[in-house]
Design a protein around this ligand. Structure first.
Ligand SMILES: [Zn+2]
Length: 379
């Protein structure tokens, strides 16, 4: 009679003999991946293979046929249906390893994600293709002292860099040309200019595999607490000649926000479905600031000019939602990013004002100091 070899049905059965592996740490780990393109696919695939318990994925794009040549988690039916990338990833991952919990957020990281996520995760892996998103991740990761790992690919080459507060900062290491390019984009009043151009960067699944694998390897070191083994320089991989180059990009700019002290976050029982007047009342009763000024991350717009038809229109929308309402070019006429108790739309919900679920609200208290208030904290 043929003997049957018993193999335990444990996903990480073979990992247990690796002396650096710690099942408990991996089981409790939470990682956010920003961007579900070629690089994001590889990163998420590796995180799922390594059995990372909680993965938050953020992307605001739909699948096109051209994505299929380098995205292991998408298929032709997804492309035919123009399925959202985050939904396709979540569905596929559930089939591969159902012990991994995926939180899929269909949003632009700069506008549609509650900031407390930056505080809740152990590490952020950036798989984006533009500087504005990287700058945003850098800013809010450092606000909560969360490390983040940047990856970039082009053709058969790529780059990886680990950023940690006090050690290395993306913003501090921008070149003058890169700073000017960012400033030009940020100062542009035209809403259309805020929309990312979905340029298709020429690259391959091979570059994505190499760079995405190194990003996840560094993330595993952070999860395990191996700080001394983390990559301290930028790694540039040049595929044509098989070169691995290390650059020291740890410049520090003393004016950069990365030098700020860690912030203290107050807690609130409100969700973003609460009304603005409820928020004022909560700040007053719980934190004793009777005349706070709320500082909006996304300006609230009340009047715009439609350029093509030369018409002025009254609106009540966060700036980033204008593009869903107007197809034509829009110029902002009236908008604000500061709100006090006299604000005309004080009966609006926080969501209507552009504040996200689990967001962190910034306000100036009666003492003139800036405070941070966490909406509906999950932990
Ligand atoms: Zn900096």
């Amino acid at each position: 009679m043929q003997s049957i070899k018993y193999i335990a049905k444990e996903w990480d059965y073979s990992f247990k003999s690796m002396n650096w592996w710690n099942r408990e740490k991996v089981k409790n780990a939470k990682v956010m991946v920003v961007g579900c393109g070629a690089l994001g696919n590889e990163v998420i695939k590796n995180l799922v293979f390594m059995n990372i318990a909680h993965i938050v994925i953020v992307d605001f794009d739909e699948i096109e046929y051209s994505n299929l040549s380098r995205s292991i988690l998408f298929d032709q039916t997804n492309a035919k249906n123009a399925k959202r990338k985050v939904d396709a990833v979540k569905e596929k991952i559930t089939h591969i390893n159902d012990s991994v919990h995926i939180e899929a957020i269909y949003a632009d990281i700069r506008f549609g994600v509650g900031l407390s996520l930056f505080n809740d995760v152990d590490v952020i892996i950036s798989c984006v293709d533009n500087r504005l998103a990287r700058l945003f991740i850098n800013k809010y990761a450092f606000m909560f002292s969360t490390p983040w790992i940047d990856g970039a690919i082009e053709n058969i080459s790529g780059k990886v860099k680990v950023y940690q507060k006090g050690e290395s900062c993306y913003e501090c290491n921008l070149s003058e040309t890169e700073r000017q390019d960012i400033q030009a984009k940020l100062s542009c009043a035209d809403v259309e200019a805020e929309v990312h151009l979905h340029g298709s960067i020429p690259t391959t699944s091979i570059a994505a595999s190499i760079i995405g694998a190194i990003q996840v390897q560094e993330a595993l070191k952070i999860i395990h607490g191996y700080q001394d083994k983390l990559m301290s320089t930028s790694l540039y991989y040049e595929g044509l000649h098989n070169l691995y180059l290390n650059y020291d990009e740890n410049n520090k700019n003393m004016d950069c926000h990365c030098n700020c002290k860690d912030i203290t976050v107050q807690t609130s029982g409100l969700s973003n479905q609460a009304l603005l007047i409820d928020l004022f009342s909560e700040i007053d009763t719980t934190y004793e600031h009777s005349n706070p000024i709320i500082l909006l991350r996304n300006p609230f717009v009340t009047k715009v000019q439609l350029v093509e038809v030369n018409k002025t229109v009254n609106v009540s929308l966060p700036k980033y939602r204008l593009k869903n309402h107007f197809e034509e070019t829009v110029v902002l006429l009236d908008h604000t990013d500061k709100i006090d108790r006299q604000f005309a739309h004080r009966h609006y919900s926080l969501e209507q004002l552009g504040i996200n679920d689990c967001d962190i609200i910034k306000y100036i208290g009666d003492d003139g100091r800036i405070k941070f208030l966490n909406l509906n904290p999950k932990s």
